[in-house]
Structure formats: structure tokens, C-alpha cells
Design a protein around this ligand. Structure first.
Ligand code: ADP
Ligand code: ZN
Length: 432
């Protein structure tokens, strides 16, 4: 099933011509922006039309830090009054990275998502329970618009509250769900323990926002008795709807009429041939508000070299193997260890050492932050310590959006770091 058969099965030659046209149109808009001029001048680059797609390699890479420095609207190249929505990446320190969209951008994003949904066999007879967070996070609203476009009945329930999720699932006979794989594993256990699978109508699970393995997919498909499809996206490239699995479940088609895909060696920046694993670099060249060129995603994957049986010609990327930076993804929320450090080290009651233990309970990722208390305070009364623990939990929760377990420990009791501190102790089960 296709949403836009002509574009989804376009021959490679025509696709490349279309890319070049659209890329040059975007570069033309960028060239009129003062912010962009200064930005590229600093990188010793002058925006000019490309004669071939290979010339795109002359454009400097863009990093998350570059995006941050453009806060709030530096990279917006349309008139500000034409922006109708913004989204922001889930877990950045300090200044967030913000992506703006015009009406056409939102419309176009919805169409890309609609392609993905048709590709996995969803249609207007489906009931779609969207279990991803709504709000600044692009996961919830991103899927929502595409689902409405193909006419599914959308239940925008958002994340969390398992009892309510299950009630809606049963009462409205939801057939398609959008959920993080870790939450899905948890849900699968609850469904099994309550013995309610036969009361549900689930048939398709759209799962992404965090890495998961082929064995997790199998486990989920067997326990939930539905097809599970990998969905890849990031807010810098809209959000979900960038790359999605088709019925072959062998790699995710990346919509190359909207995103230019490169895989580079993260150490040298050299572009790698298809088949070789490296960092994904993408250009969002079909956006009016914020076209972005050569954004370094930090995500590691490879591009499949063979043609897909489904007939789509857009290349496929593999599962994301990991990230080149130290970002943690816990339950779909991105967290940088530096965010935690930032909060803790601002508090005089906190001692000099702490670490972050990641563990798994009921297939969900959990985080314990062990914190040495300032020696001056450690021997104060228990009430005082309990209050401190509460304060720290609250501050961390505000910053990282998940509830960590906070443990206050005696000064000097954590292993001292020799040389570079090893703060993250990852005890999460590898079978994920
Ligand atoms: P979100 O807020 O949607 O997580 P962000 O832009 O904050 O969006 O994070 C995007 C990152 O999430 C990606 O760069 C990638 O690391 C991770 N991610 C998203 N989808 C997947 C997926 N299917 N598999 C592995 N990692 C994913
Ligand atoms: Zn395919």
C-alpha cells in the first residue's frame, strides 16, 4: 500500500534530479539570510548553487551546538509570521534546540508520516492509540497529523498511565499503537499477567525514539501478537517520519525526496560508501522555515545496498547501533550526564562525588543517582537528609523529565575516579 506511489517508487535518476532542484531552491533561500551568511562565513563557506549532488560535500557540517547557538530563531529563513509551530529536542542542556515549521512544512511532514503508515498497512479503518508524549517533543504530534491524514481514528492519549492505556485499548479496540519499545515491553508483561490479550485488537506497533534490537522486536511480536515496525526520526529532521520500516522489516526507508542522506566516518568526516557503518548526516532540504544542511546526528548505522522487495526506491538505513556522544536515552527521553552534574554541583549540600547507575525493572530503564553528601552535613539529623533527598529528586526531575531514584551516601564511599571520571554504570540488561 502506497500513500504517494509515484514519489515512493521514483527511479533513482529522477530522484537525484529532484533532490538537486530542491536543494538549490533551499540554498537560494538560505543565501538571503543574514544569520546564515555570518554563520557560514565563520566556517569559510559561501552559499552557492550546486551543479551536482557531490558538491554538497563542500558544505560544512552542522552540529547540535550550532543549532543551539542559533536560538531562538537564527536559522529560520522564512518570514517569522509564517511560522505556525515549533518543536524542541527532548534533552539538551541549557539552551534548547528549536525547530520551526510553516503551514506547508507541517502539511508535508504529515504526508511523510502518512507514507510510513500506509507502508506498514494501516488505513482509515484503523483505530490509532498514540502513546508517545505530546508537546514540545515531536513524537506525539508528529505521528498524530499523519494518522489523521490517512483517516485513522486517533486517540491522542499520550504516554504513561498504563491502566488508562489498557482501558482505551480494550474499549475502543485500538489496532495501531505508537509507543517506545521499552514501554511496550512493560505493557506486554502487564497484558500477559492480566490475561487480557484476547480482549484487545492490536495488530500494528510503531516503535522508535530509542534503540532496540531485533530480539526485542521478536519478543514484542510474540507477546503482543502484532507486527512491530521500527520508526526513526529526530526533531532536527522534523521528528518521526524520517525513516520507517516497510513490510519487509529489513531496514528503514529514508524519504530521500526530503532528506539528503550521507554516512560519514565520525572521526574524519569522510563520506562512506553504502554498506559501511558510520554516523548519519542529513540535510532537510524541503522545509520552508528551517532548511538544514549536513546535520550530524551522532547516530550510527549503515545503508543497505540491495533493492527492497516492496518496490520503494528510497534507500534503507539499518537499526541505529548507538550514538557517538554520551547521551543517554531513558524511556525515550534524551539525557546528557552533564545535565545531572550541572544540577548537583550547584548544590552546596552535595559532596564531590556521584555516579549514575542505570538498571532495568520490568523491562523499563531506571536511573539511580548516588550522591555523596557534603561531609559537613552528613551527620546532621535524618529529617534534614530526607528533605535534601527530596529536593534533589525534584530538581533533577525538573531538568531531565524522568524520576530518578536518589540515594545519599556517606562522603568518600563511592569509588574515587582515577583520571577520567566514570560516572555512568550501566547495568541495564543487554537483552533489549
Ligand atoms: P526525540 O525527542 O524524538 O527523541 P530527539 O531529536 O530528541 O527526538 O532525539 C532523536 C534521537 O532519538 C535520534 O537522534 C536517535 O538517537 C534516537 N532515536 C530515534 N528513533 C530511533 C530508533 N528507531 N532507533 C534508535 N534510536 C532512535
Ligand atoms: Zn521496502
Amino acid at each position: 500500500m502506497f500513500w504517494d506511489k509515484e514519489l515512493e517508487t521514483i527511479d533513482r535518476r529522477s530522484l537525484e534530479l529532484l533532490q538537486l532542484d530542491r536543494i538549490n531552491a533551499a540554498l537560494e533561500r538560505i543565501s538571503r539570510s543574514d544569520f546564515y551568511r555570518t554563520y557560514y562565513e565563520a566556517k569559510h563557506y559561501k552559499v552557492k548553487p550546486l551543479k551536482s549532488l557531490e558538491e554538497l560535500q563542500g558544505i560544512p557540517f552542522m552540529s547540535k551546538e550550532d543549532l543551539r547557538q542559533s536560538y531562538p530563531m537564527g536559522f529560520v529563513v522564512c518570514e517569522e509570521k509564517d511560522v505556525i509551530r515549533l518543536h524542541s529536542s527532548s534533552g539538551t542542556t541549557g539552551t534548547p534546540t528549536v525547530i520551526c515549521h510553516t503551514r506547508n512544512d507541517i502539511e508535508n511532514w504529515g504526508s511523510l508520516v502518512a507514507r510510513c503508515l500506509c507502508m506498514v498497512g494501516a488505513d482509515n479503518s484503523d483505530v490509532f492509540q498514540n502513546m508517545m508524549s505530546y508537546g514540545l517533543f515531536s513524537g506525539g504530534l508528529g505521528l498524530h497529523y499523519g494518522a489523521e491524514k490517512i483517516g485513522m481514528m486517533v486517540i491522542p492519549v499520550g504516554s504513561g498511565n498504563t491502566d488508562r492505556q489498557l482501558k482505551f485499548m480494550e474499549d475502543f479496540q485500538s489496532t495501531v499503537v505508537h509507543i517506545t519499545p521499552s514501554y511496550a515491553l512493560y505493557l506486554a508483561e502487564i497484558i500477559a499477567s492480566r490475561g487480557i490479550r484476547d480482549k484487545l485488537a492490536l495488530r500494528i506497533g510503531l516503535m522508535g525514539a530509542e534503540p532496540y534490537s531485533e530480539s526485542t522486536r521478536k519478543k514484542l511480536e510474540e507477546s503482543l501478537l502484532m507486527g512491530v515496525y521500527n520508526s526513526y526520526g529526530l526533531s532536527e529532521m522534523n521528528g518521526p517520519g524520517v525513516a520507517f520500516e516497510c513490510s519487509e522489516k529489513e531496514g528503514m526507508h529514508l524519504w530521500e525526496d526530503n532528506f539528503f542522506l550521507e554516512v560519514i566516518d565520525p572521526a574524519t568526516g569522510k563520506v562512506l560508501p553504502d554498506g559501511e557503518e558510520g554516523e548519519i548526516v542529513m540535510s532537510a532540504f524541503n522545509r520552508e522555515a528551517m532548511p538544514i544542511f549536513r546535520y550530524r546526528t551522532r547516530d550510527l548505522a549503515f545503508v543497505y545496498t540491495d533493492k527492497c522487495e516492496c518496490g520503494r526506491t528510497h534507500r534503507r538505513i539499518s537499526r541505529i547501533k548507538g550514538r557517538t556522544d554520551d547521551m543517554l536515552i531513558i524511556g525515550g527521553v534524551n539525557i546528557f550526564p552533564s545535565q545531572i552534574e550541572h544540577i548537583l554541583m550547584k548544590m552546596p549540600e552535595v559532596g564531590s562525588n556521584y555516579n549514575i547507575v542505570l538498571w532495568t525493572k520490568n523491562n523499563l530503564d531506571k536511573m539511580t543517582v548516588k550522591i555523596e553528601v557534603n561531609p559537613d552535613l552528613f551527620f546532621s539529623d535524618l529529617k534534614h537528609l530526607a528533605l535534601l533527598k527530596e529536593q534533589i529528586t525534584h530538581k533533577l526531575r525538573n531538568e531531565i523529565l524522568i524520576n530518578p531514584v536518589v540515594e545519599l551516601v556517606e562522603p568518600g564511599s563511592l569509588p574515587p575516579s582515577e583520571g577520567k571520571a566514570k560516572r555512568i554504570i550501566d547495568q541495564r540488561s543487554k537483552e533489549k
